[in-house]
Design a protein around this ligand. Structure first.
Ligand code: GSH
Length: 205
C-alpha cells in the first residue's frame, strides 16, 4: 500500500485529519512541523503546500491539502472503514453538503464573529449568510443523531464535529444543548480519544 504521511502541527487544524486517519485505521507517518518556528514557511514545506498551512497529506506521490478534502479523500480511498457515502447512494448529496458546510459556512461565520470587520457586509455577500442561521441549521442537523447521517458515522462528522468542538472550546460559538450532546457522542469514539492523547503528548514534548 502507498505510504500515508500527515504533515501535522499539534494541536491545529491538522488534528482534524489525524482523527480521520485514526478512524480509517491504516498505518501512517507523522511529519511534525512547528508553526512557532515557522517550519510551515520553509521552502521544503512550501513545495508540498504552497499555502504554508497544515494539514497536508501525502499518499504515495499524491499530495492533498485542505482538512475537509483530506477527510473526503481518505473516506473514499479506504471504503472498508465505511466513513464515506459512495457515488450512487441517495444520501451522498447530504454527505457532501456537510463536508463543504464546515469550511465554507461554519468556519468563516466563527472567524468573522471573533474578528469583526469595521463595516458589516450585506448578508447576501457572505457565503454563510449570517452566524445565527448557520448555528440554527447545524443545531437542527445534529439534534436527532447520533450522527449527521443518522446511524452512520462519516467523514462529515469528523469535519463538522471538529468545527463544533473547536468553536465551543475557544468560545466562538454558543454551547447549545444540541452541540454539547453531539460532541459528547463524538468524544466517546476511541479514534478521537487516541488522536487527542497523541496530540497532547506531541504538544508537551
Ligand atoms: N483552509 C485550511 C486552513 C489550514 C490552517 O489555517 N492551518 C493553520 C493551523 S490551524 C496553519 O497552518 N497556520 C499556520 C500559518 O498560517 O502560518 C484547511 O482547512 O486545511
Amino acid at each position: 500500500m502507498a505510504k500515508l504521511t500527515l504533515y501535522h502541527a499539534a494541536p491545529s487544524r491538522s488534528s482534524i485529519t489525524r482523527w480521520m486517519l485514526e478512524e480509517i485505521g491504516e498505518p501512517y507517518d507523522i511529519h511534525l512541523l512547528s508553526l512557532n518556528k515557522g517550519d510551515n514557511r520553509a521552502p521544503d514545506y512550501l513545495a508540498i503546500n504552497p499555502m504554508g498551512k497544515v494539514p497536508a497529506l501525502k499518499h504515495g506521490d499524491v499530495v492533498i491539502t485542505e482538512a475537509a478534502a483530506i477527510c473526503a479523500y481518505l473516506a473514499d480511498e479506504f471504503p472498508r472503514a465505511k466513513l464515506n457515502v459512495p457515488v450512487g447512494d441517495p444520501r451522498r448529496g447530504v454527505y457532501l453538503k456537510w463536508l463543504f458546510f464546515g469550511p465554507s459556512c461554519i468556519e468563516p461565520a466563527m472567524i468573522d464573529r471573533a474578528a469583526p470587520r469595521k463595516e458589516e457586509p450585506r448578508r447576501a455577500m457572505l457565503g454563510y449568510g449570517d452566524f445565527d442561521t448557520v448555528m440554527d441549521v447545524v443545531a437542527k442537523a445534529v439534534s436527532k443523531g447520533p450522527y449527521l447521517l443518522g446511524d452512520q458515522f462519516t467523514a462529515a462528522d469528523v469535519v463538522i464535529g471538529s468545527g463544533l468542538r473547536w468553536g465551543m472550546l475557544f468560545k466562538l460559538m454558543p454551547e447549545r444543548p444540541e452541540f454539547l450532546a453531539y460532541v459528547g457522542r463524538l468524544a466517546s469514539r476511541p479514534a478521537l480519544q487516541r488522536s487527542e492523547a497523541q496530540d497532547k503528548e506531541l504538544a508537551a514534548a
